[in-house]
Write a protein that binds this ligand. Structure first.
Ligand code: GDP
Length: 189
């Protein structure tokens, strides 16, 4: 399986605009600047597909991309950006809660930074997936930034902190494990 034909479909800023057509919805979440857009671009092999380093906090939308007509990739707004207003943060939380409660989420892909211990926001996001019984794949991005000796301990710390069994090491920069990630997505089609 490969991802050959992907296209942006629509943005939902409120629950009424969520897509409800029965196709699987594979959700991509991560704190801002973790490289989520870069991971998505690597996945679909298109530069500039998901916008890299857009204005953080200005995007309380669910952005839907259709992958090979089989499933949606639902890109969630990046979280944890300090300069977001309280009102915007609240709107984000309400949108996320409605989305997770909607029963529309098939699987989650939580992008974290392989260099760091997951943040409290990462733990909250993992909890949202777990709380709704949604399978989650944790993707440890920016692996190219680690020394060899850091890889195993860092991946173990991520798995421990988020309470998951396995973590997929990844680099949007080098393409490490791009095909493995495609296969994980394909498993939910
Ligand atoms: P987003 O805010 O999560 O969508 O993050 P972006 O995709 O905009 O990436 C944030 C920054 O991290 C950019 O400068 C990217 O070039 C960089 N970046 C993303 N992925 C990687 C990676 O795997 N390795 C390295 N070294 N840099 C990355």
């Amino acid at each position: 399986m490969n991802i050959q034909n992907s296209r942006f479909v629509t943005s939902a800023a409120s629950p009424g605009a969520f897509i409800r057509d029965g196709k699987p919805q594979l959700v991509f979440a991560g704190r801002s600047n973790v490289g989520k857009s870069s991971v998505i671009n690597r996945l679909v092999n298109m530069r500039g597909f998901a916008k890299v380093s857009g204005t953080p906090g200005k995007t309380a939308h669910v952005n839907y991309f259709l992958l090979d007509d089989g499933a949606y990739l639902a890109d969630l707004p990046g979280y944890g950006y300090a300069k977001v207003s309280d009102a915007e943060r609240r709107r984000w939380g309400e949108l996320m809660e409605a989305y997770f409660d909607s029963g529309l989420v098939t699987a989650g892909f939580l992008i974290v930074d392989s260099r760091h211990k997951p943040t409290a926001d990462d733990v909250t996001m993992a909890g949202w997936f777990a709380g709704t019984g949604t399978p989650v794949v944790v993707v440890a991005n920016k692996l190219d930034k680690l020394k060899k000796s850091e890889v195993e301990p860092n991946l173990a710390r991520i798995a421990d902190t988020l309470g998951v069994a396995d973590v997929l090491p990844f680099s949007a920069e080098t393409g490490l494990n791009r095909d493995a990630l495609v296969n994980r997505l394909a498993g939910f089609f």
